[in-house]
Design a protein around this ligand. Structure first.
Ligand code: AGP
Length: 625
């Protein structure tokens, strides 16, 4: 969703390094979050200048082309994902605030009480030019700056305003009376500070400034940050100075946010998955021993839990559904997997004996964050499985297990999905170790197999040509079905989600056993159906039942695209296409069987000429409920 960039510094006023260019570069690195308009604001000859355009950043760059360099030390920028009001130039951010337009402000989130505030401002003589909730905040801060008691202190003006706002927001403001600073505030919406040498940055995430600095500062909930070229100061919404903000060094470099020769970020991220799984496991398994240093929850608490609830959305929820099988099998403890947005509103039975596992790549998904808070209010401990360091969910959880898979830029999640599953396997084994459900030698044997997975992932990736060709051949498909049983079921769901998201093709994932209870009615001659077949070395009944399902749909004319373990000859008579994956434990197979489905969606969307990385209507990080 919306991307925010702020800059305060002394950069030379030449076109390539002026503050507005710094902010534009940051915005382009945040494009992956999803947006439909973009804008920047600077101070020029002491006055606020705003440029904004509906559509892609290229439209804004075109509008700015040939502009004289401004003398601004500060700049703010925004990519907007429309909520209140259509994606038009007028609704794009920054918004001007004040009776003379002396302030510029950008906003991520939703100000729920904007309507009465707007009425109040209109009655006070302020005029509105957009349909957004955000313009209210711009005028409110500007009006505070008019008050003599505020003394032209933009930080204090912001503090007075946030006390009146309800909802979620990251706000950044610049004002003509405070030309050396950007003031930002955050509640329930992401914001991070980049610490430079004689310059400082603000961003929705570290991608905003990664090519300028790797030093970052976390901003806590309900805090206000003031950045100038030389200084960063943080206060709480109550005015108390904050002195313990966590500083950290960003682990990845700017090349991680570049395509590196691949046609899309998604293709690149799919092909990074062997390294992604290895990176998630790295440092946590040593000489057959499991170390989870991040596990800040007392072992006595972990021994006392009688239920695990996984809360997540989209692909992260599919990862949760995969690992449910492993954790239940290893730990003999019930695991419920629930979409975070459903969990919170159904009065779930959660207490201090419940362990909640919140899975979120971004760590900023509002639905998941709200589920976490609800669970904690009921006394549950929460473990976050996140990729983004310092993200809200990771910080608010009682413990956080990071994926370490590097930035995921494509909206459609791939490498984070594998990382989430691998991290949850580690969590499951750790719980089994602490609770004594498995003997140490059993855990060692499982971990040994886990460590072989990066190599097996690479084998699947090396064989991607067959699936790519299939995808190109099927570029005109209008409907594709996916079937799986056991851990193959969430894999089928994930395969269908990928295809819907980026190729805009009707796709459904079903539990293969459910077929006869309805979905088989969809099967007509030529209907393509992917079937994820479990290992024949696992429970025989599982394998033979899925083979029967393939026969059932084939008998009705379906085109069967079968993903099966190498050496599984039983599927061959009924498969139109067989896609092979290396053999592994049944519980680990989802890390391999999903890869052909990711490649299929990516290649098919590419063949259709679609924007693979930024599919329509979708945002990378869904920061509103
Ligand atoms: C994945 O392809 C999707 N874009 C989406 O379902 C995503 O997984 C979901 O929004 C959750 O995001 P999170 O992991 O950042 O919380």
């Amino acid at each position: 969703m919306c991307g925010i960039v702020g800059y305060a510094g002394p950069r030379r006023q030449t076109p390539s390094v002026r503050p507005v260019e710094v902010v534009l570069a940051g915005l382009s690195r945040l494009e992956y979050r999803g947006y439909d308009s973009a804008g920047v604001a600077v101070l020029e000859d002491g006055h606020v200048r705003i440029d904004k355009r509906a559509g892609k950043l290229a439209n804004l760059r075109e509008a700015l082309a040939g502009r004289e360099s401004s003398d601004s030390q500060v700049a703010i920028g925004h990519t907007r994902w429309a909520t209140h009001g259509a994606p038009t130039d007028a609704n794009a951010h920054p918004h001007r605030g004040g009776r003379h337009g002396e302030l510029a402000l950008v906003h991520n989130g939703i100000i729920e009480n904007f309507a009465p505030l707007r009425d109040e401002l209109v009655a006070d003589g302020f005029t509105f030019v957009s349909e957004t909730d955000s313009e209210v905040a711009a005028h409110l801060v500007a009006r505070e700056m008019e008050r003599p008691e505020i003394g032209g202190d933009l930080t204090e003006a912001m503090r007075q305003v946030v006390a009146r706002l309800e909802g979620a927001f990251t706000l950044l403001a610049i004002h003509e009376a405070a030309p050396d600073r950007v003031v930002a505030a955050r509640r329930n919406s992401p914001l991070v500070v980049g610490l430079g040498d004689g310059e400082n940055f603000l961003g929705s995430d570290v991608a905003a400034f990664i090519d300028s600095t790797k030093e970052a500062l976390e901003v806590g909930q309900d805090q206000i940050v003031t950045v100038t070229a030389e200084d960063v100061s943080v206060i709480g919404f109550d005015g108390t100075p904050v002195t313990d903000s966590k500083r950290y060094t960003i682990e990845w470099d700017a090349t991680a946010a570049q395509k590196g020769g691949y046609p899309s970020f998604m293709a690149k991220e799919i092909h990074e998955q062997a390294a992604a799984v290895a990176d998630t496991l790295r440092g946590r398994i040593e000489n057959g021993h499991l170390h989870l240093d991040e596990m800040k929850i007392d072992e006595s608490v972990l021994r006392s839990i009688d239920k695990i609830v996984v809360v997540a959305c989209g692909t992260a929820a599919n990862a949760g559904s995969v690992v449910k099988y492993a954790i239940e099998h290893w730990c003999r403890i019930p695991v419920e997997v629930e979409l975070a947005h459903e969990f919170r509103y159904r009065d779930p039975v959660v207490n201090e004996k419940t362990l909640v596992v919140a899975i979120s790549q971004s760590g900023e998904t509002m639905d998941t964050l709200m589920a976490v808070r609800h669970a904690q209010e009921q006394g549950a401990k929460v473990i976050a499985i996140c990729n983004t360091r310092g993200s809200t969910i990771a910080r608010e959880a009682d413990a956080a297990l990071y994926l370490h898979v590097g930035p995921e830029i494509a909206v459609a999640s791939t490498k984070a999905y594998l990382g989430q599953i691998a991290a949850c396997y580690l969590l499951g084994l750790y719980l089994a170790q602490v609770r004594g459900n498995l003997y140490p030698d059993e855990i060692q044997a499982i971990m040994g197999d886990l460590e072989e997975l990066p190599g097996k992932v690479q084998e699947v990736l090396d064989a991607s040509g067959q699936v790519e060709e299939l995808a190109r051949e099927m570029a005109d498909a209008t409907s594709v079905l996916f079937l799986g049983r056991h851990v193959g079921y969430p894999t089928a769901m994930e395969g269908a989600l990928k295809l819907k998201e980026i190729a805009y093709i009707h796709a459904e994932g079903f539990a293969a056993g459910e077929l006869k209870h309805g979905p088989i009615a969809l099967v007509e001659p030529g209907q393509p159906v992917f079937v994820i077949v479990p290992s024949p070395r696992g429970r025989d009944s599982l394998h033979s039942k899925v083979v029967s399902n393939i026969q059932e749909i084939r008998a009705r004319g379906a085109r069967t695209l079968v993903i099966a373990e190498e050496g599984d000859t039983a599927v061959e008579p009924y498969a139109d296409v067989v896609i092979r994956v290396p053999s592994t434990r049944t519980l680990f197979a989802p890390l391999l069987t999903v890869i052909p489905l990711q490649i299929f969606a990516c290649e098919l969307a590419t063949a259709k000429g679609l924007d693979v990385d930024q599919p329509r209507n979708l945002a990378k990080s869904v920061t509103v409920e």
